[in-house]
Design a protein around this ligand. Structure first.
Ligand code: CAA
Length: 291
């Protein structure tokens, strides 16, 4: 075993170039790290590159950053389909691939063989505790969850979740890396379904869905109440649409699989919208219609 340390971290590999992976990569590049974003899909990589470039241009236009700094950060970010080459000198890996255990286990097995011995292998998963992939990597003490929030460029919190074998050095380096990313890490000492943030979010959503199904108030009025009475940046229905109703249903199913509590199953209204293909913002229709 090799002891990981924050000082060893120079090159960060992010696996998956969806909304989460691409923005996590940008966060790391903005913090000065050399970053590779790897995906099996060329078109996803091209889309990620374009979207990040557009976001950086918007930051420059708003006076939030210098054009040279944006250019330099984008220059530190490489997009690749070649996992072996990107992993060969990666000091820290953040896996943000599809939420499927078989795929994640395969990735962690490959990373265990490809990445340097000191590298920490983290997963951004919100539903799968890292103990589920740690053994596949052959270095379970260097595996943890490093869970970012959507949109990762904006949201400050990162949940660092240790499993039974995660070493203190891995936890410390991951917490410090999150700080160097400009984030506020929180430590979760034990794997539980939903960690902390999704449990809080789920509780609010459950109540919002119950109020709406009982005809107490409209979607719009419940959202307005959350924002105007409680100061939430978004109402629970707006937030579900942003996260994706399929993701909300998946989180509920994963929680139910662990707890066996039928109260944790996706709410029937969510299940119905997902079955109709209404996934929220990304499909143009969810609780709200998007133009
Ligand atoms: N990607 C990157 N940046 C974004 C963005 C996105 N998708 N959406 C908005 N932003 C940026 C904007 O560019 C803007 O930046 P500037 O300050 O530099 O101008 C800033 O965020 C604020 O945006 P807006 O003024 O357009 O809108 P807003 O004030 O309503 O903020 C928001 C948008 C940051 C998303 C805010 O509404 C918010 O905090 N919502 C709650 C989000 C939340 O709860 N996320 C957690 C979801 S749960 C999760 O992710 C866990 C999981 O496992 C599923």
């Amino acid at each position: 075993m090799s002891t990981p340390s924050i000082e060893n971290i120079k090159h960060i590999l992010v696996i998956g170039s969806g909304a989460m992976g691409s923005q996590i990569g940008m966060v790391a590049a903005l913090a000065g790290y050399r970053v590779s974003v790897q995906d099996i899909a060329e078109d996803m990589l091209a889309q990620a590159k374009e979207q990040l470039s557009t976001r950086m241009q918007a930051n420059v236009a708003k006076g939030r950053m210098d054009a040279e700094d944006a250019e330099a950060a984008l220059g530190r970010l490489a997009f690749t389909t070649d996992l072996a080459a990107a992993a060969a000198d990666a000091d820290f890996v953040i896996e943000a691939a599809t939420e499927r255990l078989d795929i994640k286990r395969q990735i962690f097995e490959q990373l265990g063989a490809l990445a340097p011995a000191h590298a920490i292998l983290a997963t951004n998963s919100s539903t799968l505790g890292s103990s589920k992939v740690a053994d596949a990597s052959g270095r379970p003490e260097q595996v943890c969850n490093m869970h970012f929030f959507n949109p990762a460029l904006v949201m400050k919190c990162v949940e660092v979740v240790r499993h039974g074998q995660t070493s203190d050095a891995t936890v410390e380096a991951t917490m410090e890396l999150a700080r160097r990313f400009g984030k506020e890490p929180v430590l979760i000492n034990r794997e539980i379904p939903g960690f902390v943030a999704n449990r809080l979010m789920g509780a609010v959503q459950k109540e919002a869905l119950a109020l709406h199904s009982a005809g107490i108030a409209s979607v719009e009025d419940i959202d307005t109440t959350a924002k105007a009475a409680l100061g939430h940046p978004m109402g629970p229905f707006e937030l579900m649409d942003m996260v994706g109703l399929d993701v909300i249903a998946f989180i509920a199913e994963a929680t139910h699989a662990e707890t066996g509590n039928d109260d944790d199953l996706p709410h029937p209204a969510i299940a119905r919208l997902v079955a109709e293909g209404h996934l929220g913002r990304k499909s143009g229709q969810g609780w709200y219609t998007y133009g």
